[in-house]
Ligand binder design. Sequence first.
Ligand code: ZN
Length: 473
Amino acid sequence: MKKLRRNIRALTFFLCGLFVLLAAYGAYSLSTSGGRWFASSANTYARARRQGVIAGDILDKNGVVLATTRDGERVYAGDEAVRRAVAHAVGMPSGNVSNGVETFMASYLYGFNMSFLERLSCAVKGEPRQGDAVQLTLDSAISRYAASRFPAGKAGAVVVMNYKTGEVLALQSFPNFDPMNITAQVRNDPQTPFLNRATQSLKAPGSTFKIVTAAAALENFPDAETRAYQCTGQLQVGDRVITDAGTDLAAGQITRHGQLTLRRAFQVSCNNTFAQIALNLTDPTLRRTAENMGFNDNFLFRDLVVENSSYPTQNRTDREIAWTGAGQSALTATPMHMCLIASAVANDGVMMEPALLQRATAQNGKTRYVFSPRVYRRAMKAETAATLKEYMRSVVTSGTGTQAAVAGANVCGKTGSAEIDTQENTNAWFVGFLDEADAPYALAIVVEDAGGGGSVAAPIARDIFNWLLENDR
Ligand SMILES: [Zn+2]
């Protein structure tokens, strides 16, 4: 009997201990990722309706209504082109699109954070409860324009942000869809229109990663700028050969850059040189530079859910390390992250946290939230950023990115294509920015299975930069 009582007491202690641990974990999760709790429940809309809450409006930075509630139904902005251009950023309460504003900012939109007094006031006045109006940093006009420049029928993403503040102006995924007309064709489309490729799709960054490799060289080799590299067009690493874009060994056609400096290798995007640099740096050193720029980080941004980028951490072969220097071999990043890296170069090495929420305003006019810029991390030294900015400028003036040039403006950038030795889909990349004090914008563009970044993605960047210079400075 005594033994049984002792066992019961031990069990009780054990269960109490478990409960305390669980409660502590719950409190921790809520404090570190509050909004994420609401975002993860796909049925917030139904729940809010049951509680008689009218969802708040979603507006763009200029006050254009992107979503509102009419007769109890959620309605999206009048113009189909705008609806499509902001569809992924805004999302839908049904949860088709994961982590759009409709679900991620549900705590505001559905009034989950209303105080007791606010609820009481509505009850006394007999008014229905209304969630907060949410004004975004998005610009529906540039979003609409950018969507019009994206190649029809292709999949991909476009991100445009202010690199000084982190405000995201466009966050787009293609193919997009009309939230007011979800057809069976959209639901069954093999290109998965609901996927937000800007924040959720992890891909090899291709040669845009040479920004990271170049930064590692500049920060670790005292003679980085004067060292001479040799590109024979065929760098033997282990039992494989690393080649440059345009090489077709079977046809006996080989791209050779000869002797070049780091600057020139960056300009012409020489794989041979960047593979040599990666091997000289060694894997841990290159990884450390990549991690300073956010690789292998657990992104916990206030307003956005972004998939984590990865730089492999296991022991790797020389061939894998060499290809990593050129942006391939198990490296993955989202277009949003590559935009952040370009932004850090533009912003003297400081990476700002990307933001989507400008302001939240309660039913009674009270301001619930106002955006203020927040530094995410120092991604590189200021002098490294200054040198990379020059390199990226030279890519656009006389390298692989000349098609991104805008007359009279300082456009900086880096092109990328999947130049891997096992020819798969070739994704066209361009990341870059305007080095203009009154137009501090960076962007990242990916067009999947489309060919070279210089010929496919760079012209889209040029058009977007042009639009920003004409309309947003
Ligand atoms: Zn080369």
